[in-house]
Ligand binder design. Structure first.
Ligand code: HEC
Length: 350
């Protein structure tokens, strides 16, 4: 990996050593997802979704001077205290809640800005009451209503005994959450589908009972593999855009290669594109400007001029580079100047 972007390998904050961080923005990758147990933001989920949460729960006060929580000082926090954030690079981030035992929301093009929680790396402190990180990226699914999974024809929210989180397993890129539902045990795995804003969720029940799923939820397709296994496909669409900490101005100093380098780092392009000519999930961007590119399904190569590079970032499926998968690079919706800055930066990679 070229030194130009200098990703930091996470050592502190309990991150696995394979996680990449850019300042306060940690990321996983499609092969090595990052799983964070942290306070997660609540993007105005309904009361029915968070039926078992005590809204406005109290949190201990953190002392920047002492570097620890100060006992006895409490103030309500505006986050989900026992949720898990998972990131697969730019393609998929989701929030799974261990209290409600369900998927709460899903987004892409970013993960979390941890500044509130970890503090400003250059100053070494964090906001006294700011436990809750900020979302970064495009949200495209948000849970609504009661728990969509049913046992014996009843939503899990209506069972006499609420579902209880049993734990998760992480094997390579697969993460499986388990929870109890009466005397049965349900396993749930979330992955991204093969088109934009598409999700695939697998549910399996162990210990008897027939799995069901709430019918007629918009965008949901339910496939019953067997009485004990369901595959739910959800076609979401853009709900909201989040930018992380608001003070982050990637274009300070104008639209130039230097600010393009900052955009490149902030959007984590480097998780898929090397700058030194080596192959990664995507082609290396070293020296591509002005070169001919072989395009899948086309009998003539395309010239990688300014228009080609801008199109590759806005709409990666328009021309798919031969030898690479389509629907892999997320279509970036950036500010007009951010595209220009990226282009100027990519042109300097020689
Ligand atoms: C999740 C992986 C992934 C991320 C993140 C990603 N890309 Fe890509 N990118 C790809 C893949 C795969 C291709 C080749 C297939 C295609 O053309 O869509 C590609 C193609 C490209 C191309 C065309 C390259 C060529 O050889 O002609 C450019 C330019 C590009 N990406 C720029 C970017 C920029 C800039 C970012 C960040 C804003 C970015 N990419 C983020 C996976 C990614």
């Amino acid at each position: 990996m070229a030194a130009a972007v200098a990703p930091v390998i996470a050592e502190s904050s309990g991150l696995p050593s394979t996680a990449l961080t850019y300042g306060n923005r940690p990321l996983g990758s499609p092969e090595e997802p990052l799983l964070l147990r942290t306070f997660m933001p609540d993007p105005s989920l309904g009361d029915e979704v968070l039926g078992r949460h005590e809204r406005g729960a109290k949190s201990p006060r953190y002392s920047a001077k002492k570097g620890s929580d100060v006992p006895g000082e409490y103030k309500p926090i505006d986050g989900l205290p026992a949720a898990i954030g998972v990131n697969y690079g730019s393609a998929l981030s989701y929030c799974w809640d261990t209290v409600e035992c369900r998927l709460l929301y899903v987004w892409n093009n970013g993960f979390l800005d941890m500044q509130n929680y970890w503090g400003d790396p250059s100053r070494g402190n964090r906001q006294s009451f700011g436990y809750v990180p900020n979302l970064v990226g495009t949200m495209f699914y948000k849970a609504g209503g009661k728990h969509p999974v049913q046992m014996g024809g009843k939503s899990l929210s209506d069972l006499p005994e609420p579902p209880k989180f049993l734990g998760y397993t992480k094997t390579g890129k697969r993460i499986i959450f388990s929870y109890s539902a009466g005397s049965a045990e349900i396993a749930c795995e979330v992955s991204s589908g093969d088109v934009a804003h598409n999700l695939v969720i697998r549910y399996k029940v162990k210990g008897g009972g027939e799995l069901g799923y709430q019918s007629s939820l918009p965008g949901h397709t339910v496939k019953k593999v067997s009485p004990s296994e369901l595959i739910v496909t959800i076609q979401g669409s853009k709900i909201a855009q989040y930018e992380g900490s608001p003070n982050k101005n990637l274009l300070k100093g104008g639209v130039n290669a230097e600010s393009g380098k900052r955009v490149f780092a902030a959007m984590a392009c480097v998780t898929c594109h090397s700058l030194d000519g080596s192959k990664s999930h995507g082609p290396s961007l070293l020296g591509i400007h002005g070169k001919e590119r072989k395009i899948k399904g086309a009998n003539k190569p395309a010239l990688a001029d300014d228009a080609y590079i801008l199109e590759s970032i806005r709409n990666p499926n328009a021309k798919v580079v031969d030898g690479y998968p389509e629907n892999y690079m997320p279509p970036y919706q950036l500010k007009k100047d951010e595209y220009q800055a990226l282009l100027l930066y990519i042109k300097t990679l020689k």
